[in-house]
Design a protein around this ligand. Sequence first.
Ligand code: PNS
Length: 165
Amino acid sequence: MKQRAIYPGTFDPFTNGHLDVLERALNIFEEVIVVIAENSQKHALFTIEEREIMTREVICDYSGVTVEVLHKGLLADYARQVGARSIVRGVRQVKDFEYEFQMSLLNRQLYPEVTTVFLMPNVKYTYVASSIIKEVAMLGGDVSKFVHPCVLEMMHQKREELNKQ
Ligand code: PNS
């Protein structure tokens, strides 16, 4: 039976690798909520509102997807509130696993009915991480292969904004 899942992340910014994982999730689940949240261990380049705008734009032609922002609180509580029993996470490399394993078990501790589902993106995205995309883009490199045109535009704007400071 197809069900509702949440696909959480900082999405700073939303990349084609994220989109690939989302498309795979849509083959499994009837409804996927992309949840933009803060990671206390990361300092985001884009505000949560900017990330929401770009993510909405990227997914606007997809059905079965909504975008929500988790301003505060635990992801596990959010999943419970919206009746999602699956959390989708993309894993690219073995080094992702330790952190994912910890988060998955913690979320299960907080919400025993929830299961984290790990999906691997297309191999061409295994080295595509938001952190490296941001770094290259902010230094003027071409990242057009890795992000949607609207994300690219927002990254150009951000670069100009930062250069003015
Ligand atoms: O894209 P990221 O940075 O790997 O995503 C991590 C994220 C945002 C999913 C995680 O930090 C999170 O769930 N944040 C919300 C607050 C929370 O529930 N933290 C405890 C996680 S076990």
